[in-house]
Ligand binder design. Structure first.
Ligand SMILES: Cc1cc2nc3c(=O)[nH]c(=O)nc-3n(C[C@H](O)[C@H](O)[C@H](O)COP(=O)(O)O)c2cc1C
Length: 311
């Protein structure tokens, strides 16, 4: 998630070993292949076999509409060690869409096919090439044609955020469409959208029948969420500790302190870390009440910020 799941956040969230893999923030490809330095800046894990410090593979996400340049960028990513390539056809940002990137491609299934097949053909077969989509630009039923296109292009799997571009992040999320796509058996389907807690996951699991789930904001807002989902699949009952999101500042403290330590290896700007912590808690407070966020918002230095979490 662009601006959210940077390398320190990926390191933190994968520390419990519950994610099968994670995906980088998107790297935009226009008419130039991004230089190696840009790959390293966005995905420092490439220098460590494309693994987070705890050993979770990181896939490189590319965004753009130029099939050839995306393929060349994928070749570069793989030459730098990427464990897989994910193609972003879901970003709803107007500037990205105006420049032929993200969800705008959902209007053109033939272009989805062209992009996926060109990238697929460019990188070794053992490197997965996946696609991240929304249901459509404005029409949820466009998902069927779009997924058929990415499947025919050779995508290893598709991750479906069950909203249209025009919906932005507004409710409802159409998990039922994910089920209907999965039942067509074009390719493996990863369900995504509005899994904020373990109960949401169970509903999504029942409604979609999927075996794989991508958790975004929910995983950031509750660093224990992926562990509770993983333990469900390991047939261990999720413990109440895992089912409950950290709510009080004291609950958050160990995560925040760890995040600061991890961030300090990437930046020497404490004010940047403060901004990231505020953004993090803001995301978490979308779906649950964290009244102390008001106090956190007013802090300026890292010391002041960390005092909010002192118990
Ligand atoms: C701030 C923000 C940045 C995002 N950046 C990306 C991105 O770079 N690539 C991507 O595939 N999805 C991105 N997304 C979308 C999420 O991956 C996900 O599809 C969406 O938030 C719905 O899932 P969730 O409810 O689990 O968060 C972003 C979402 C947000 C809120």
């Amino acid at each position: 998630m662009e601006g959210v799941t940077d390398a320190p956040m990926r390191a933190l969230l994968t520390e419990q070993g519950s994610f099968l893999f994670c995906v980088s923030e998107f790297l935009r490809v226009t008419d130039q292949v991004p230089p190696t330095s840009v790959f390293y800046r966005h995905i420092p894990e490439l220098k460590q076999q494309s693994l987070t410090p705890s050993g979770t593979p990181v896939l490189v996400q590319l965004l753009g509409g130029n099939a050839q340049k995306l393929a060349e960028s994928a070749i570069r990513a793989v030459s730098l060690g990427a464990k897989g390539i994910d193609l972003n056809f879901g970003c709803p940002a107007p500037t990205v869409n105006r420049h032929d990137g993200g969800a705008t491609l959902l209007k053109y299934p033939k272009r989805l096919f062209e992009i996926v097949s060109t990238v697929r053909g460019a990188v070794p077969l053992e490197i997965p090439v996946s696609a991240k989509v929304r249901l459509g630009w404005s029409e949820p039923d466009d998902i069927f044609e779009n997924v058929e296109a990415v499947a025919k292009g050779g995508a290893s799997w598709v991750t479906i955020h069950a909203r249209t571009r025009m919906q932005g992040y507004a409710k409802p999320v159409f998990w039922d469409h994910i089920r209907r796509v999965r039942e067509l058996r074009f390719l493996p389907v990863v369900a995504n959208g509005d899994i904020w807690n373990f109960q949401d996951f169970l509903k999504c699991y029942e409604l979609t029948g999927c075996e794989h789930f991508m958790v975004g904001r929910g995983a950031v807002g509750n660093p224990l969420l992926a562990t509770s989902i993983d333990s469900f699949f390991q047939k261990k009952a999720p413990s109440s500790q895992f089912a409950n999101a950290p709510d009080s500042p004291g609950d958050w403290r160990p995560f925040v302190e760890r995040f600061v330590t991890l961030s300090q290896t990437h930046t020497d700007k404490p004010e940047y870390i403060v901004r990231r912590i505020k953004q993090w808690v803001k995301l978490a407070s979308i779906e649950r009440s964290l009244p102390w966020f008001e106090e956190l918002k007013r802090t300026q230095t890292l010391d002041e910020c960390l005092k909010t979490f002192a118990v």
